[in-house]
Design a protein around this ligand. Structure first.
Ligand SMILES: Nc1nc2c(ncn2[C@@H]2O[C@H](COP(=O)(O)OP(=O)(O)OP(=O)(O)O)[C@@H](O)[C@H]2O)c(=O)[nH]1
Length: 381
């Protein structure tokens, strides 16, 4: 099979431009997809680099070579920008733009030194790729999902291709004097590089879609004010735990917590202060629970706690500890401290076959009612 490298150049340019267009269409009018813009620009810079390489016979040689390599460096810099933007983080400026500034200088100086130029280009571009790989692995701004793995593997493959090509030319295994010269091995490496650029573009789009999906899920299941599970999410958890406790004959405790005289807090300090109190109480409660315990905001100033493998006695100990913790943590509001207490209704023990999530919540609610009517700031069952 004859693989014509100039034809491949045209093909990859068209595909890269088409992908850039598609990425733009995806990003258009969606603020959450802001990272896609630099990615689209990167694809354009990559296409430009191919055009400049491909047209070397028709352009002044220096212009074609320096321009193509600089565009390639620019494409990688924009990809780093996109990954960092995706993570809502800042790329280090020298990592981002250093190679782009360096490229025209270095390649102009290496005008007449083909071998050195090939090696320097490979080293420069793999260094840029290393910055991108490090960003993808950055544990301070973690990216989860399969898209990241696709992008990571594609960049690793691109770096490998660049290094293998440079090594092959340096050692004389690959006898070509230009990137557009038709040679079977050069064509293979070219296809590998093209495949990796296309995979990373698709992978990045997939990463963005995964992120949007996660955000939608959070919006549907999280309470925006406190960051806890919302009523729907905690109700789902309770239903699953009730079914599990019934199936396995295990203990289960349900606690209903309610901030005392919350209306007075709102009336006395203002609604915003009320919101801060809600957030503070949520934080205090969450920080004192075991990993397997689940908490959610059930209503205005009401929280529901689900404690698996916990009987009445254990649940009363947990409830009392939470009550004391909230009482000991008044909310700071400007110069003032807002004292806050909670009342708790507990339902704990084995779950009979006749019981449901609703009847357990009703039992905890009845206990909460007793706590409210016997003085508040207490835990009843
Ligand atoms: N700031 C703020 N207030 C809320 C929110 N959701 C509900 N509330 C208020 O919470 C108050 C609840 O008042 P009540 O149901 O009378 O209960 P309470 O004043 O805590 O009285 P007890 O429960 O009997 O101790 C109401 O004033 C609601 O407007 C919220 O998200 N933020």
């Amino acid at each position: 099979m004859h693989l014509d490298v100039p034809t491949l150049f045209i093909l990859v340019t068209v595909v890269a431009l088409l992908m850039a267009l598609l990425v733009c269409v995806m990003a258009w009018g969606k603020p959450a997809s802001a990272a896609l813009w630099p990615w689209a620009l990167a694809l354009v810079a990559y296409a430009l680099s191919n055009v400049l390489f491909g047209l070397r016979a028709y352009l002044p040689w220096g212009f074609s070579m320096v321009g193509a390599n600089s565009s390639y460096a620019l494409a990688l810099a924009l990809m780093l920008t996109a990954v960092r933007r995706f993570q809502s983080a800042q790329a280090q400026r020298w990592q981002q733009w250093g190679p782009v500034l360096l490229a025209p200088l270095v390649f102009a100086l290496l005008y007449d030194h083909y071998l050195i130029r090939v090696v320097v280009a490979a080293l420069l571009f793999t260094t840029q790729i290393a910055f991108i790989l490090a960003a993808l692995l950055d544990s301070e701004h973690p990216i989860t999902g399969r898209g990241r793995m696709i992008v990571f593997c594609a960049f690793a493959l691109l770096a490998l291709t660049l290094l293998v090509r440079a090594l092959a030319i340096w050692r004389g295994w690959l006898d070509v004097s230009s990137p557009v010269e038709s040679n079977r091995w050069q064509a293979m490496l070219f296809i590998a590089a093209m495949g990796s650029v296309l995979s990373m573009a698709l992978g990045f789009v997939y990463m963005t879609m995964e992120k949007a999906e996660r955000q939608n899920f959070e919006l549907a299941m999280k309470d925006m004010l406190t960051g806890l599970s919302n009523r729907r999410a905690i109700s789902d958890v309770l239903q699953a735990e009730v079914a599990r406790a019934q199936r396995q004959g295990q203990l289960l405790a349900v606690l209903m917590l309610d901030i005392d005289h919350f209306k007075k807090i709102n009336d006395g300090y203002g609604h915003q202060a009320g919101d801060v109190v809600l957030r503070g109480v949520a934080q205090t409660l969450r920080s004192r629970l075991r990993a397997q315990d689940q908490i959610g905001r059930f209503g205005g100033e009401e929280f529901l706690l689900v404690l698996p493998d916990t009987g009445l006695e254990g649940a009363l100990i947990v409830g009392e500890a939470l009550r004391q913790a909230v009482e000991a943590t008044p909310t700071q509001w400007g110069a003032q401290r807002i004292p806050t207490t909670i009342s708790i209704g507990v339902r704990g023990g084995l779950v009979t076959g006749a019981e449901t999530a609703d009847t357990l919540v009703a039992a905890a609610d009845a206990a909460l009612y007793r706590a409210k009517h016997t003085g508040r700031n207490r835990c009843e069952h």
